[in-house]
Design a protein around this ligand. Structure first.
Ligand SMILES: Cc1cc2nc3c(=O)[nH]c(=O)nc-3n(C[C@H](O)[C@H](O)[C@H](O)COP(=O)(O)OP(=O)(O)OC[C@H]3O[C@@H](n4cnc5c(N)ncnc54)[C@H](O)[C@@H]3O)c2cc1C
Length: 372
């Protein structure tokens, strides 16, 4: 080896060592983060800011940065709103589908929109990965679940349901379940358009559209939103409605997540309280004739937009619920396609009842336990 080659070889080796050392110290630190200013902006006292800055100084892996983010959230929101390791397993496994069971680094459970704002500012400042969960009914892994590479922002404590004084709209937290919404509003003889199954979360379903028994008459749940309260990516909380942040209002009406974190929905009420309904059970051997009746109803009966049919074909039985949005003295002609069928049982004979009553019956036919 010549002297020149030896020097080049040594220099290259030194460069490799240099990059390895520098590389190991910057893993997990996405950029030059000013923790002190950020901590003061979050309203933390000096001693806590200094402690966080020290942790950041020593952080050398993505996990260290996640730990810092979780600790910052704990200092900001209080211990009760941040579940740290060892995590509460019941909380971890609250997603509806088992495919989404994943243990995050920590779980942040804010109780108000300011807490959501603080959380999103922490995520943004430290550039950590996160997932948002409202009712956890999405069966898609990583939508409302995240493994230990990120933090779960769980909105279940934002679950208040209140009716406006004039009864024209209801304010609903994303963490509420539709069953709770119908029940609370039903006590005041009010109803909003949501989803059919009571256990589904408000937050995700409204952002995806929201199909309801009376969607033919009133549209999707998203069509009935008067106003969204949203925490934007920079933590600012804004209202989006038909006169303020109009583009955001449009995008949130079924455009899915990713435009911000919705912290409150104001939903127009619909003029329905008492309805007509009937629930019948058939054998699986009758499935073909039930599907033919369903087809005929779609062809000829569904133009009456007050009627809805819930059809559930299971391994051991077929359940048909006929629902009409107004009380009736006799079965509505819209459902005549089903007249010739012979049920093996009629758990709910044709009757007029408050909407919440039939919802409870229908909801009980869908087990709320996770594990699918
Ligand atoms: C058994 C069952 C029955 C169903 N029945 C119906 C039905 O009758 N009608 C119907 O329309 N749909 C129905 N769905 C589908 C359901 O509406 C969607 O799965 C919906 O996403 C569930 O909302 P969630 O809050 O429970 O979901 P989550 O899993 O918590 O969230 C879904 C997505 O929305 C995001 N997200 C949640 N909350 C917010 C928020 N506040 N701000 C920003 N992003 C957010 C999450 O990050 C995730 O990406 C049903 C699903 C199941 C499993």
């Amino acid at each position: 080896m010549t002297m020149e080659a030896f020097i080049a070889y040594k220099f290259f080796g030194m460069l490799l060592v240099f990059f390895a050392v520098v590389g190991s110290t910057i893993v997990g630190k996405q950029k030059n983060v000013d923790i002190e200013t950020f901590g003061y902006n979050l309203g933390l006292p000096e001693s806590e800011v200094k402690a966080l800055a020290n942790i950041y100084e020593e952080a050398s892996t993505p996990s260290d940065v996640l730990r810092l983010a979780c600790q910052t959230a704990k200092l900001c929101l209080g211990q009760a709103q941040v579940n740290l390791s060892p995590l509460n397993q019941t909380l971890v496994d609250e997603n509806w589908s088992e495919t989404c069971f994943a243990e995050p680094y920590c779980i942040i459970l804010p109780t108000n929109s300011s807490g959501v704002s603080a959380a999103i500012r922490i995520f943004g400042h430290l550039e950590v990965k996160f997932a948002i969960r409202s009712g956890g009914h999405s069966p898609v892994p990583s939508w409302s679940s995240i493994g230990n590479r990120g933090i779960l922002l769980d909105l279940q404590k934002l679950n208040s349901v209140t009716l406006s004084n004039d009864g024209t709209f209801a304010s609903v937290g994303p963490g509420a379940r539709w069953g709770e919404v119908y029940e609370t509003l039903g006590a005041e003889t009010a109803l909003v358009v949501g989803t059919r199954i009571p256990d589904v979360g408000v937050g995700g379903s409204l952002l995806g559209g929201g199909y309801f028994y009376f969607s033919d008459q009133f549209g999707l749940a998203a069509d009935n939103v008067k106003n969204f309260e949203v925490a934007l990516a920079n933590g600012t909380i804004v209202e989006a409605n038909n006169s303020s942040n109009v583009d955001l209002f449009w995008a949130l009406k079924g455009g899915g997540p990713n435009f911000g974190i919705v912290t409150r929905y104001d939903l127009y009420t619909v003029p329905i309280y008492e309805i007509w309904g009937q629930l019948s059970v058939y054998s699986t051997g009758q499935a073909a004739e039930i599907l033919a009746a369903f087809d005929e109803w779609q062809e000829n009966g569904s133009s009456d937009d007050k009627g809805g049919v819930a059809l559930s074909i299971a391994l051991d039985s077929v359940v048909v619920a006929l629902i009409y949005s107004e009380p009736q003295d006799s079965p509505p002609s819209a459902f005549s396609a089903f007249n010739s069928l012979q049920p093996i049982a009629i758990p709910v004979p044709a009757t007029n009842m408050p909407f919440v009553s039939i919802l409870e019956i229908l909801g009980s036919s869908t087990p709320a336990i996770p594990g699918r």
